[in-house]
Design a protein around this ligand. Structure first.
Ligand SMILES: [Zn+2]
Length: 125
């Protein structure tokens, strides 16, 4: 069974074009990740196989070198590499998710789901 992102309203797999990241082992960083996930999934507990997808991380959480290389036309094996201190912070509420998805994006064919999170981020500022 493919790994699915555990974030509320997400459940992305690699087939959705995202990267998946295991939860960190370092206790302090782990508790930061869990706290963020619980903003939209109360009482959720991580397991050794829990993963989050790249849509829950802001751009500054990624190593920019692979992104830059790819934009210059080089082939890159792992284009989304998380920085060691990265904390996921993009967890839209159900209300916002539905508002953005249903009203704005669902009518557009072949839209890139990755942009939902950026739109939501803009709306929640
Ligand atoms: Zn996700």
């Amino acid at each position: 069974m493919p790994s699915r992102c555990i974030a509320a309203f997400c459940s992305n797999t690699r087939e959705d074009g995202v990267s998946l990241f295991r939860f960190p082992k370092e206790p302090e960083l782990l508790s930061k990740w869990v706290k963020e996930v619980r903003r939209t999934r109360e009482h959720w507990k991580p397991t050794p196989t829990s993963v989050l997808c790249s849509e829950h991380f802001e751009l500054h959480c990624f190593d920019f070198v692979p992104v830059l290389k790819e934009s210059l036309g080089y082939s890159v094996q792992h284009k989304r590499v998380l920085l060691p201190t990265a904390v996921p912070t993009v967890f839209p509420s159900e209300r916002l998710y539905k508002m953005v998805f249903i009203r704005l994006l669902a009518p557009i064919k072949n839209f890139n789901k990755y942009y939902i999170y950026y739109l939501i981020k803009l709306l929640s500022v």
